[in-house]
Ligand binder design. Structure first.
Ligand code: PAF
Length: 284
């Protein structure tokens, strides 16, 4: 199959979209920062199953990185990524430059409340402003009917849903399950930073979270369980634990035993920060 059409500008993207819309075709979008792995490909397959055409944006968004973070070293491999899109059957790759997205004089920020409070925001206060701003722009540019986001970035998924609800953005937000390797490690572009020894430690993250989640649903005190999960992560070899927290699905308020929840964590291995989350079943 031939590769995706590549749009580097908003004008070119809109020309392609106009043709599709004139034919009455529906459009699904998967926003990414590239360095595509199996997790991203599963989002694309989900998108392809929901619409006639699938757009994948590949844009390493500078506004969601703090000056101290890994913007410069974030993996960029456009040719490889385009080949993956071709394999999956994606129709269009939108690969704008930073100047195309943030032209000189750009001065607007989208700030979302609700589920953006705490967790990632406590450690990366700039992050959701950057994500919300770029996702709003991507939705304005591509005007998709639906967009697929991974549950791996669960707080991001909740923030994007909240934003679309609050701002009447007519894009259906679809959450897709986390793709894991055979040891349960969540696929992430940042796994590429890990050496073999660190990978072995990283694979403990989901095991420890699943154990704590089962204990919490089974009646254990959430505060005690999250504290002991943090200790277990340190014992396993993680350097610093930013958080392990039990939250209610959607709102990300404190978990209540009668509701479905998520156990979310962020932890450092060397200079790499990993995040993951697992479900917490409501107590019966
Ligand atoms: O999840 C990501 O890769 C990014 O945060 C996103 C949604 C593409 C916005 O830059």
């Amino acid at each position: 199959m031939s590769g995706p059409h590549i749009s580097r500008t908003i004008a070119d993207l809109r020309t392609e979209l106009k043709g599709w819309r004139q034919q009455g075709l529906s459009v699904a979008m998967v926003p990414t920062m590239g360095a595509l792995h199996e997790g991203h490909l599963s989002l694309m397959r989900e998108a392809l199953s929901r619409a006639d055409r699938c757009i994948v944006s590949i844009f390493v968004n500078p506004t969601q990185f703090a000056p101290t973070e890994d913007l410069d070293k974030y993996p960029r491999q456009l040719e490889h990524d385009i080949e993956r899109l071709r394999e999956v059957g994606v129709h269009l790759a939108f690969t704008p430059s930073p100047d195309e997205v943030y032209p000189k004089g750009f001065a607007t920020k989208i700030i979302v409340g609700g589920p953006s409070a705490g967790l990632e925001t406590d450690f990366r206060p700039h992050f959701f402003e950057g994500v919300a701003t770029v996702v709003t722009k991507l939705f304005q540019q591509a005007t998709p009917d639906c967009a697929v986001f991974g549950e791996k970035d669960y707080q991001q998924l909740c923030v994007v849903r909240q934003m679309c609800r609050d701002l009447d953005i007519p894009v259906e937000i679809v959450g897709a399950p986390t793709v894991r390797d055979e040891h349960g490690l969540a696929m992430s572009s940042r796994n590429a930073y890990l050496d073999e020894a660190q990978l072995a430690i990283a694979r403990r993250l989901n095991v420890i979270l699943r154990g704590a989640s089962a204990a919490i649903s089974g009646g254990a005190d959430p505060a005690a369980e999250t504290a002991s999960a943090s200790l277990a992560l340190l014992d396993a070899g993680f350097k610093t634990i930013d958080y392990v927290a039990a939250r209610e699905c959607g709102s990300l308020g404190p978990w209540r035993p009668e509701t479905e929840g998520r156990l979310l964590a962020a932890a450092w291995l060397g200079s790499t920060r990993l995040i993951d989350n697992v479900e917490i079943a409501a107590r019966s």
